[in-house]
Design a protein around this ligand. Structure first.
Ligand SMILES: C[S@@+](CC[C@H](N)C(=O)[O-])C[C@H]1O[C@@H](n2cnc3c(N)ncnc32)[C@H](O)[C@@H]1O
Length: 235
């Protein structure tokens, strides 16, 4: 491991805005169902950024919405370090970070604990549909801790990810509240959708279009996976 990474890991262990559970299989995680009270020391709603990387959305949203709490989730500590350091330096006390695998995220949040989810530039997993962070498997995982009517946002450069998610929603009778396959040419662009992540900046430099999709998940309705999604631009 590089010296730089080791230094970041040592610093992270002292960051009070980062939670790094030693065991991801916990059944009695201390903040489960209690993040607002026991971690943020308030009673404000919670939004997650899944696969947050350097946590650009977590940090920027915490500044835009000081009366909400934001938690960036990623397995890679050296990436999380960037967002955590920035939030500490800026005294954004409503931003936190959780280092875990998203596959095990329901070990860390209680029923109805989360109001909104952002999924920012996830790995599109071209060959493994059920590993996509918007697959039925993951959406059903999120239903365990999302409030009824909870919002899910997907921002991506991957047209496969965007159109796959749209197809999955359609098959499950969910009408997206917003969708555009070219965010920066659309009327939806605002201060929040205009936040750029690290990966997004790279994709924009490559001239890629950015897509955005927002939908509401019904707590009581199981999401059923669709057959292997064959992607073509005409979908
Ligand atoms: C392509 S990067 C995007 C990072 C950031 N959202 C951005 O836009 O710059 C995907 C991120 O998701 C994280 N990730 C992917 N699968 C994950 C999983 N199952 N659990 C936790 N993190 C995951 C990776 O570690 C990586 O930081």
């Amino acid at each position: 491991m590089s010296k730089n990474k080791l230094e970041k890991f040592a610093q992270m262990a002292t960051f009070k805005n980062v939670v790094q559970p030693e065991n991801l299989n916990v059944t009695d995680f201390e903040y489960k169902g209690k993040w607002a009270n026991d971690f943020f020391h308030n009673n404000n709603p919670i939004t997650l950024e899944l696969g947050c990387g350097k946590g650009e959305y977590t940090v920027a949203l915490s500044q835009i919405k000081p009366t909400c709490n934001f938690i960036g989730v990623d397995i890679k500590g050296a990436r999380i370090w960037n967002g955590a350091k920035k939030a500490l330096d800026n005294n954004n006390t409503n931003a936190g970070f959780l280092r875990t695998r998203i596959d095990m995220i329901d070990n860390f949040f209680g029923e109805d604990e989360v109001e909104e989810i952002w999924i920012t530039f996830p790995d599109p997993q071209p060959k493994k549909q059920n590993k996509r962070l918007t697959s039925a498997h993951f959406l059903n995982l999120y239903r365990r801790f999302l409030k009824d009517g909870g919002i899910v946002n997907l921002k991506t450069d991957s047209r496969l990810m965007h159109f796959y998610t749209l197809a999955l929603l359609k098959a499950n009778g969910i009408v997206p509240t917003i969708f555009t396959d070219d965010l920066y040419s659309s009327d939806y662009l605002d201060g929040i959708l205009g936040i750029h992540t690290f990966y997004e900046n790279q994709f924009l430099q490559e001239g890629k279009k950015i897509t955005y999709l927002q939908f509401i998940l019904d707590k009581d309705k199981e999401i059923i996976e669709i057959p292997k999604f064959e992607f073509n631009e005409e979908v």
